[in-house]
Design a protein around this ligand. Structure first.
Ligand code: 28G
Length: 638
């Protein structure tokens, strides 16, 4: 008997050892992202308990020592003896590696399915973990180190028999993670999303490391309907209602919410079992098919489209659309290179038929709404036609005279794109200095005049007619939309160089908005950078220092001494530097500071909202955003 138990134990230890050997396989990475993933794994289990109908509150604490506590008011993880394993079910949940726990692989858990998956992975990667379960009027307790139980499950005390739930506290293992500091904003964003995706589930987060304590509390009665309203908060909705439908077909639970706004970009986000699917898949295909078909049918019937008119394309109908498509499915299959694209074909049919049926009824009952949407779609169709003609024209032109690069571009001479970089420079005068300063072999300069077009506020035809945008597109060489081909990228680095003031920051944001909307791959694959010009120049006894922040200036002054020989110049713009200074401080690959622009797939819906908040035309949300974020701005130039 003792031997048998020992044998079992060895097998279990091997299981969790595998997680410690290859943490990336189970949580994606050991970077900050993987660290936060630990919290999501645990919270996911609590969400599953909510989806099963037994829990409606989840509390998360970032404790003072950077450990995490998660609490739910569900049934509590079962504590009885699991006869197959010969030990408490609770211990099994935390010490046995469950099938389907693999990161990115198939078999994600849903309610009633693989409940509790992930807890053992988190345990294996934690220096210390404690679990308390309130169940049957008792508080049950067990603790672990590096995944190994320190003792059997014990009863710690009594509680009200009606009071049930699970409470877990864990300290991530600093030997595994590069960084063990949790970020409040990252967790907050994910929990808000989770709360939107599970209506009536309350998720609260409290950061006990700060004084005063930071906290947030998310609970949405309307679920994804409120998610869509939230996305459109910083935009102008085209009609009052958010359309919503739900249903189950072929074991696929479907929820869709949508509302158009007056912008020209689409913000549709799809989810499978509460996980975002940035690459879409069958559920998104079903959504698009239903939308295109239902609106075209309605438009023909209502005579908004004449018999001689072309059908509206899906893109036309989705102009200015904010939508959430959420499916829950027992055994999702993920496909594609990154295994992020839903493959189950039953999801296509389920979303298609549930949405068609209910959208058709909705349009019949709300003809005024149907009309504003279709009028917008018809305008989009015309603009798209005009844009296509303009594009065909430029395509033919460049076919005739080879690759006709923009006149203002000072290109570099090196033929290896991997070695080349392009500076997008604010203003013709700074562009001039940059041309003199640059290393001709590998650095190209494209001066951009004044404020570039805000692509959040213009339709395609106007965007393609814009000179600055045309010159960027031709200079990069990748083409856009269906023609986009990253292998044709002519520069490894695209570097945005603007003045270090509010206007410069605005121009940088306009450029990033353009890149984010039209060439997101450039950002995703890490080709986009921000140059960092110095804020100060300090001269003393014929020696020169440059400071890129107030703190740095302070440090230099401490080093060299604060006296009258210090000559400090505050740079207001790139134009105040001569070519050699510009080279030395901002362009010389040996000394410059480049900030890489990072794309975070997991926060898709929120990034989108940030861009619109900053670039759209609603004043109030922008003011609120700037105030909320003002604490991060160290150098606000007035
Ligand atoms: C606080 C942080 C994270 C959880 C439950 C509740 C049950 C459960 C969890 O079962 C599946 C079944 C027995 C081993 C299920 C309770 C059925 C009846 C549950 C959580 C596998 C796991 N009563 N609440 N798991 N068992 N909350 N919160 O993890 O055999 S996990």
């Amino acid at each position: 008997m003792a031997n048998e138990y020992g044998a079992d134990q060895i097998q279990i230890l091997e299981g969790l050892e595998a997680v410690r050997k290859r943490p990336g396989m189970y949580i994606g990475s050991t970077s900050s992202r993987g660290l936060h993933h630990l919290v999501y794994e645990i919270v996911d289990n609590a969400v599953d308990e909510a989806l099963a109908g037994y829990c409606d509150i989840i509390d998360v604490f970032i404790n003072e020592d950077n450990s995490i506590t998660v609490m739910d008011n569900g049934r509590g993880i079962p504590v009885g003896i699991n006869h197959k394993a010969g030990k408490s079910a609770l211990e099994v949940v935390f010490t046995v590696l469950h099938a389907g726990g693999k990161f990115g692989g198939g078999g994600y858990k849903v309610s009633g399915g693989l409940h509790g998956v992930g807890a053992s992975v988190v345990n294996a990667l934690s220096k210390h973990l404690e679990v308390r379960v309130k169940r049957d009027g008792k508080i049950h307790f067990q603790e672990y180190e590096l995944g190994k139980p320190l003792a059997e499950v014990k009863i710690e005390g009594d509680c009200d028999p009606d009071d049930t739930g699970t409470k877990i506290t864990f300290v991530p293992d600093g030997d595994i993670f590069e960084d063990t500091v949790f970020d409040f904003e990252t967790l907050r964003t994910r929990f808000r999303e989770m709360a939107f995706l599970t209506k009536n589930l309350r998720i609260r987060l409290k950061d006990l490391r700060t004084d005063p304590v930071q906290e947030c509390d998310y609970c949405y009665e309307g679920g994804i309907k409120e998610f869509v309203a939230y996305i459109n908060e910083s935009k102008q909705p085209l009609y009052e209602d958010v359309f919503y439908c739900e249903g189950v077909k072929d074991n696929v639970k479907v929820e869709v919410a949508l509302q158009h706004n007056d912008s020209y970009t689409e913000s549709t986000y799809s989810f499978v079992n509460n996980i975002t699917t940035p690459e879409g898949g069958t559920h998104l295909e079903g959504f698009r098919r239903a939308l295109t078909k239902t609106f075209n049918d309605y438009a023909r019937n209502a005579k908004l489209l004449k018999d001689s008119d072309d059908n509206l394309s899906g893109e036309d109908i989705r102009e200015g659309l904010a939508a959430i498509v959420s499916v829950k499915i027992e055994e999702p299959q993920f496909e594609g290179q990154t295994k992020q694209k839903l493959g189950n074909s039953e999801a296509r049919g389920a979303v298609d038929s549930i949405l068609c049926e209910s959208l058709e009824v909705y349009l019949e009952q709300n003809p005024a709404t149907a009309k504003v949407i279709l009028e917008k779609s018809i305008l989009a169709q015309r603009a798209r036609d005009a844009a296509r003609k303009a594009r065909d024209l430029t395509r033919r032109k460049s076919a005739l005279d080879g690759l006709s690069l923009p006149g203002k571009l000072a290109d570099c001479s090196n033929n290896d794109p991997k070695k080349c970089e392009i500076y997008l420079v604010e203003g013709d005068s700074a562009g001039g200095s940059a041309k003199t300063a640059r290393s001709r072999d590998t650095q190209a300069i494209l001066p951009l005049r004044g404020k570039i077009l805000n692509v959040e506020k213009a339709r395609l035809d106007r965007i393609y007619a814009n000179e600055e945008i045309k010159s960027m597109i031709t200079a990069f060489g990748t083409g856009i939309h269906d023609d986009f081909d990253i292998t044709k990228l002519r520069y490894d680095k695209i570097i945005i160089m603007t003045d270090a003031d509010v206007d410069g920051a605005h121009i940088a944001t306009l450029l990033l908005t353009f890149l984010y909307r039209f060439m997101p791959e450039l950002i995703k694959q890490g080709h986009v950078y921000l140059a960092t010009p110095p804020l100060y120049k300090l001269e003393k006894n014929k020696k020169v220092w440059y400071a890129y922040s107030d703190e740095q200036l302070d440090k230099i002054l401490r080093d060299v001494g604060r006296d009258q020989n210090n000559k400090i110049q505050r740079y207001k713009g790139l134009g105040e530097m001569d070519a050699s200074q510009l080279w030395e401080t901002t362009m010389d690959p040996e000394h410059r500071i480049l900030k890489k622009v990072i794309y975070n797939e997991e926060t898709g819906a929120t990034i989108d909202k940030t861009f619109t908040t900053l670039m759209g035309d609603q004043v109030e949300p922008r003011r609120a955003f700037i105030e909320e974020n003002a604490k991060y701005v160290t150098n606000l130039d007035i």
